[in-house]
Design a protein around this ligand. Structure first.
Ligand code: SF4
Length: 358
């Protein structure tokens, strides 16, 4: 299992397992009706909606317009802990619903579509990962948020793209060596920044992996004054051209604060809604996913995030479908490494930004 070839095979999501990106179309009247119905159901059920930046702008607007929240994944789960709602409707992908349940075991967690997965989560199956960890018992196991509850439960630390550098630096100073999972690009970036001894699991986000360095360099020539904002799940050739490498929340902040008119953005294009809201006078350009070697599996938009829709939110609230269940014992074990992250963030007065946080 531990040869490079077999590890790469385990981590690679098959083309046939990646759904088509489908966006549901509605007339204005249908959209308005669905939105009112969602608001009514949320109120009746003492429920709140939390939505990820990569989901449909309509869902983000409803979360903002009710007492919900739009953010990245751990922040979504933490918001749920602070809310007095009985039910959280998590618009995002499955690991986000699971994290919400781990942190809020007493609440009902609903998701519009339980098939909304993530290539990083799929590419890190617990049995293979656990075997890999068993082979390196001297290493601290650090996993990114985009993993199943079982993988989190097997880890020592859960980190986010906003906290990974500080946590790895902190642990490295104590002489620790690491297993890093699941994203190989983010792991490579952290390794280069910290010089830490890290064994990298070989997973990848199918959205960020498609951004192209050569084509981005060409696009930069056409927009010489544009700043380039890149999520660290992107390949090294793209990260090298970045003015800012950051989590989704960090990217939105940079768009607002940097003194530039134009930005080229290498992350899921669902984020453009919040970026435009944060900086209405600025221009945002999608980083290229086409060009040499292009596959356009995602074309810059996560097919699993796209499974969240207004109609499915109504359905899950009306029928109770899409409820997340986690074995309580597993949930308790998975909470330990997440709690380490939360405690670390508190002690270091650090905002936990859970990209991908995708
Ligand atoms: S965009 Fe996020 S949810 Fe979609 S595959 Fe990439 S990391 Fe997973």
């Amino acid at each position: 299992m531990t040869t490079d070839t077999s590890l790469a095979e385990i981590c690679t999501v098959k083309r046939e397992d990646i759904p088509e990106t489908v966006t549901e179309e509605y007339s204005d009247a249908e959209r308005d009706e669905l939105k009112s119905r969602i608001k009514q159901l949320l109120k009746e059920q003492n429920a709140v909606m939390v939505a990820h930046y990569y989901t449909d702008p309509d869902l983000q607007l409803i979360a903002d317009a009710t007492v919900g929240y739009v953010s990245d994944s751990l922040d979504m789960a933490r918001f749920g802990s602070e809310s007095e709602a009985d039910t959280l409707v998590v618009c995002g992908v499955k690991f986000m619903g699971e994290t919400a349940k781990i942190l809020n075991p007493e609440k009902r967690i609903l998701m519009p579509d339980l098939n909304a997965d993530c290539s990083l989560d799929i590419g890190c199956p617990i049995d293979a990962f656990s075997e890999f960890c068993d082979q390196h018992p001297d290493r601290t196991v650090v996993v990114y948020a985009n993993t199943s509850a079982a993988v989190k439960a097997r880890s020592d630390w859960v980190v986010t793209s906003g906290s990974a550098l500080d946590i790895i630096n902190h642990l490295q100073a104590k002489g620790q060596k690491f297993i890093w999972a699941p994203d190989k690009y983010l792991g490579d970036y952290i390794q280069k920044q910290t010089g830490a001894d890290m064994l990298l699991w070989q997973g990848a986000c199918i959205v960020h992996e498609e951004f192209k360095g050569i084509e981005l360099a060409e696009l930069k020539k056409q927009h010489p004054d544009a700043k380039v904002l890149v999520h660290p799940e992107s390949p090294a050739s793209v990260i090298e051209l970045a003015d800012v490498v950051s989590s989704t929340t960090g990217i939105i902040k940079a768009a607002k604060e940097l003194d530039a008119k134009e930005f080229i953005v290498a992350t899921d294009k669902g984020i453009f809604h919040k970026m435009q809201e944060a900086a209405p006078d600025k221009i945002f350009i999608e980083a290229p996913t086409s060009g040499k070697g292009a596959t356009c599996i995602s074309c810059g938009h996560c097919p699993w995030m796209a499974m969240n829709s207004l109609r499915k939110v109504v359905e899950c609230l009306e029928t109770g479908s899409g409820e997340i269940h986690i074995d309580p014992e597993l949930g308790k074990r998975a909470r330990v490494p997440i709690q380490r992250l939360l405690d670390f963030a508190k002690v270091h007065n650090q905002q936990v930004l859970m990209s991908s946080d995708a």
